[in-house]
Design a protein. Sequence first.
Lengths: 446, 484
Amino acid sequence: MDRAECETLFSQVADAARARGVTDVEAIVAGEDHALTRFANNAIHQNVAERTVHLSVRAVVDGRTARASTNCLDRESIGEVVEEAIAITRLTDPDPEILPLAAPAKYVLVDRRFEATAQATPDARALAVGQAIAVVEDAGQTAAGIYSTGESFFALLNSRGVSAWHGETMARFSITAMGRDSSGWAKASACYHGDFDPLDLAARASRKATESAGPRELPPGRYTVILEPAAVLDLTGQMFGDFSATAIRDGRSFLNDRLGRKIFGENITISDDVWHPGQAGPPFDGEGVPRRRLKLVESGVVRDIAYCRQAAAHAGTTPTGHGFPLPNEFGEAPGNIVIAGGNSTLDEMVASTDRGILVTRFWYIREVDPYEKIFTGMTRDGTFLVEDGELRGGVRNFRFNESLIQMLSNVEALSQAVRASGEEAGDLVAPAMKVRDFNFTEVTRF
Amino acid sequence: MKDLALQALDAAARRGVTYADVRAIEIRDREITTKNGKAGHVSGSESLGLGIRVLAFGCWGFAATDDLTPAGIAAAAALALDIARAGKAAHKRDVVLAPEGKYEAQWVSPCAIDPFSIPVDRQLAALLAIDEALRRNPGVTLAETSMHFERRRQVFASTLGSLIDQTRVQSGAGFSALSYKNGEIQRRSYPNSFGGQYQLKGYELIDELHLLENAPRIAEEAVALHAADQCPEGEFDLILDSSQLALQIHESIGHPIELDRVLGSEANYAGMSFLTLDRLGRLEYGSEIVNVVCDARPVHGPGLGTFAFDDEGVPAQSNDIVRGGLFVGYMTSRETAAAVGAGRSNGCMRADGWARLPLIRMTNVSLLPGDQELEEVFDARSGIYMETNRSWSIDDKRYNFQFGCEIGWEVRNGKRKRMLKNPSYSGISTDFWNSCVAIAGREHWTLWGVPNCGKGQPEQVMGTGHGASPARFRKIKTGGAYGG
């Protein structure tokens, strides 16, 4: 649905609310057309498409608020969802900290919709998948992966006049190449599907599988690691929910008593920037507040945190445009992370390493300690020994237990930052990193 | 609903398919949370749509839509067929399905009290009372409570002639107390972490959980953890409560027995499995007292994996997975059953909604009760008892795992002694299950719900059930999460 269609829908919501004696009402209208071609064992095996639209209505009545949602958009269903939102709102307790609905604001819009990606066909995806499989198959390996394309929109409208709309396209390709006792992986995502080459990704995954064949087992311990951008994303992406005023107020953030302090190395600078060319997503938040750029970490020092409207009012500051749709218990979080890069390259990191481990990606990362920010997880699909400045073949996968505070204090080199895509955290812009004393605690059997 | 499903099935079938099925689904959902004395998230939602799966040209195609006009349904059916045709570009062999019968059935899960008949303000008041009880302890810095209810009606229709109408009502509730003090965060949850306990029941579950009665103890434990000793690093006899054991079953037995993983379908994301086909009937998965079933039948209990028919129209079944320690069974679909020469699917195909394709998912994968008294389970000379999951991680073939729990206690000569904080344990799945030396009896067995199991691309989130009673494992590595 375009902006005009969303506004027409909202006028029906507002009319239905007024008919029930309620003037303060907000609606989120969101939807997507998404298709995904999945392959395994060198053949397409799951091939799907979905079309969804969703209307979510929030009422504000006498200091109370609640939400009701539906995917039925006929007039009767709209009346019912408004009725439900108002009914459950009236049954909640008043919140003394509740704010009036957000006021209209100016948005610095960002164009992330590409018609060719929106119109990508099952045949086009299948053709690219077939060619990528051939690259892996020609190396005597087995391929598995996905190629997805689609478009989505997100609109937030309210009875004070907010009318914020954002539409974008997104394409993702990921591939795992499997040899007899090894595997390699590569993934890319972009708003325009032409920004990545499935054949290049297939070749990269295949090369990793070839070069890591016959993995040897090394003892666990502290190693210098070279983390490719996806591995940096997988791990660092776990901590940004803590750069939240509400999380700090709740005492659940590792930044409690650490704001303004230098907790990472001098070479770590991290921003939140929705307008960065490697980013995606709308330039406004779940209440319709325009996003602002944040300097979360500057030369290792924790600087900015995100504030939703209510957290900002409590702290006596201005909201940053990172709030989640209300009502919620989490408040806000930055979602467009850009980790500043350096001037090294992956090859230079390898060349400068006497003995270390190169990690393609991590897997199944979970928090062990919420304040020291210790995480555990596994390496996967391309873990290599580096010796005397060269890759020396694959190694069996490690389990790590590592504090992000320690890790980001031990970074010896950074590459240029790129848009990275993994499976353990949302896409972000990150460099490869060389890190000393990374804590591998166990080895698995492959 | 039935008309919609049949209309969609007809739209697909008349285009010429080898097989087609349709799931028309209507979901009603309610979620209520509180945080530090205030309502957190109060919402209700409704969703209606259908998914059409076709087998044509030897390939699968699937399209889902919430445009339920005749034109919208026809477009989805046409798209499903287009997608199947496109699959020929990367096609190795035609999909073959294990045979299945034709069923016409209606089933509604047992529900004594419709949770949607209870007003939101009454549910909120119950949660706020728990919240208040938690915050009476001044050491609690964050109190959180939640309730979640879902009613899902699904009509399945297939070109085999099946027409199956199922309604499932599930409820969940729980709370947690967080204590931040001197640079340390400790949390206790009840009756389980990550949302509490979930079962296929109505509002009666909430009363059965005795939430309010347990709030003071949980608050006290969260605060006391700050002063507790760190869980030691070493090898100890490990005793697990049934909720943690349920997650251990989920990760180190439930996922590896998914036959689609074994055959490579999930290799790019969730991974594969160490349970290769040559291990069936040969691998000593556990010690002789370890017996595990995969049981979707209502008689197994009100689990999140309980139903009458799976999402391919296969009746719910019970299958042995581990019998007397020996690995004897996988979870299958019609396609994977045919691929390994099994006569029939054992009914484990499930989708998380109308927009997604059914995948092999756990139903209720449960460790059967043992013969030991609880005192015998705790009868360790030097052991550690751990309770309530805090973190979980396992490699992509399901060998190496590490779990953290919220709280532990040293066990000496069968008695609980000092409290231990930050407990964790790790190991290799088969080594772990072969070290099982005691399992408590039926009276200590609980069918836990795991509401957040992820799998597939696009990812699907599914509820699974796991029955377990407390059990003891010999010489398990502990404390490694904080080691090195």
